[in-house]
Design a protein around this ligand. Structure first.
Ligand code: IMP
Length: 423
């Protein structure tokens, strides 16, 4: 297996957890490179459903080492809780053993969470619909060069100074807007306690990964969120604060750019959580039907996901930006009984022009032009060969390939590990 990056193509929730779990069987390392515990990667194991937020999905495979890269923002208290939850499910999670955390990864504090909630309330132009986990404020502090890094948790004197510096900057404006200020001593005590628990795992992960790559070990990079939530390439400002697309796989791990297989994951329809433009959104009964059929509720926040038709304009753009060489199509089974199946193939913009390019501005005014295809009524959850799919389902998959230019070799037809069609 060459170094492989699995990336969500639209706005997250494409089923990356299942695909990573499948590929992780052959990986030596599974590495998260961005985001934080705003992600929710769902795995269906023989023992039942498991949702991972921060710990890489390879943790369920005894032979993989799991790395939280420097591009991730880590709430150390959440990480300790997630470790406890997994252990209670019978999984071995050993910092320094099968779990490594970059000493360069930045820390999310309670204060970041408070700031996130506060910012949603006062943002000009309305809410972004963030997950409220403090992601944006933690990344902002990283850019402002006042953030704390995981390695600071192992250096008490340095940590105290760093928290004092951060508190000086933040408390100066927290108090006037009514935000609870940072209590330096309480924060330091909490962080030192978490650092003690995680100590063996907090290392220079970039060096570990570069060495592993040089030795030909198999590295699987686990994208979080999706390309259209990428800070640079997504539907700004309705994005997350990290480089969710493939670019983040280098900056967020310390691996140098080198030949990499990029696998884009897309659902057989589109969904989005939170605010922001979504050209193919179904705002009426069909959208509700799709939400119920696909159980489209956020795995981190439980919020209902907005649902819509597959958008080949957006997917082609995200495929190009991410360098995806192929698409894995998930949730094909959910489309059973929907007819016609609609594919957006172009947009009509506000000024009347027709485009097949994904625009950086005015996406909320873009009206999709659809190609309609016949639906299928058969249950496809037990199908394991492409040729055994109903003709309409095959034609739908082939139309997506034609419009996006991306081959589809893997199709998921249910949440279970074995519910997969390989072409
Ligand atoms: P934040 O990442 O919490 O700042 O949220 C910014 C936007 O990204 C919001 O629209 C969230 O709903 C969305 N978002 C963040 N993480 C995920 C995810 O894992 N799946 C889907 N949407 C996400």
């Amino acid at each position: 297996m060459p170094t492989t990056c699995v990336v969500g193509i639209l706005w997250g929730d494409e089923g990356k957890g299942k695909v990573i779990d499948y590929l992780a069987a052959e990986a030596d390392f599974v590495v998260r490179y961005g985001g934080g515990h705003n992600a929710g990667h769902t795995l269906i194991l023989p023992s039942g459903k498991l949702v991972l937020h921060l710990i890489p999905s390879g943790i369920v495979h005894p032979h993989t080492r799991n790395v939280i890269g420097n591009g991730v923002v880590v709430d150390p208290l959440h990480l300790c809780t997630e470790i406890d939850t997994l252990r209670a499910r019978g999984l071995a999670v050993e910092p320094g053993g099968n779990l490594l955390i970059s000493e360069r990864a930045h820390v999310i504090l309670d204060a970041h969470r408070r700031q996130d909630h506060w910012a949603e309330g006062v943002r000009r132009g309305g809410r972004l619909g963030t997950t409220g986990r403090g992601i944006g404020p933690a990344y902002s502090d990283r850019c402002s060069r006042i953030g704390l890094r995981l390695g600071d948790l192992l250096r008490p004197d340095h940590l105290r100074r760093a928290v004092q510096g951060l508190a000086e900057q933040k408390n100066a404006w927290f108090a006037p807007v009514g935000l609870e200020p940072i209590d330096v001593e309480a924060a330091v005590a909490q962080l030192l306690a978490a650092g003690d628990r995680l100590r063996a795992g907090i290392v220079d992960c970039g060096a570990v990964l570069r060495r592993a790559h040089a030795q030909g070990q198999r590295i699987l990079l686990e994208g979080a969120q999706g390309c259209l939530l990428d800070l640079e390439h997504g539907t700004y400002p309705f994005v997350t604060s990290s480089h969710a697309s493939t670019g983040g796989a280098f900056s967020g791990t310390g691996l140098p750019p080198h030949a990499m297989r990029v696998v884009g994951i897309a659902k057989a329809y589109a969904t989005r959580v939170g605010e922001g433009p979504f050209p193919t959104e179904l705002r009426e009964a069909t959208g509700d039907r799709l939400r119920e059929a696909g159980r489209e509720y956020g795995s981190t926040t439980g919020r209902p996901r907005r649902c819509g038709w597959f958008d080949t304009v957006a997917v082609r753009y995200a495929g190009a930006v991410s360098g995806a060489g192929e698409l894995v199509l998930t949730n094909l089974d959910v489309l059973r009984g929907f007819a016609p199946l609609r594919l957006a193939v172009a947009y009509r913009l506000a000024d009347g022009t027709r485009t097949t390019e994904f625009p950086a501005f005015d996406l909320d005014a873009a009206v999709p032009e659809f190609e309609d295809l016949p639906g299928f009524t058969e249950d496809v959850r037990e199908v394991r060969r492409f040729d055994d799919l109903p003709p309409a389902a095959r034609a739908y998959v082939q139309a997506i390939e034609r419009h996006t230019g991306l081959p589809i070799r893997t199709i998921s037809v249910g949440p279970g590990r074995d519910q997969i069609i390989l072409r």
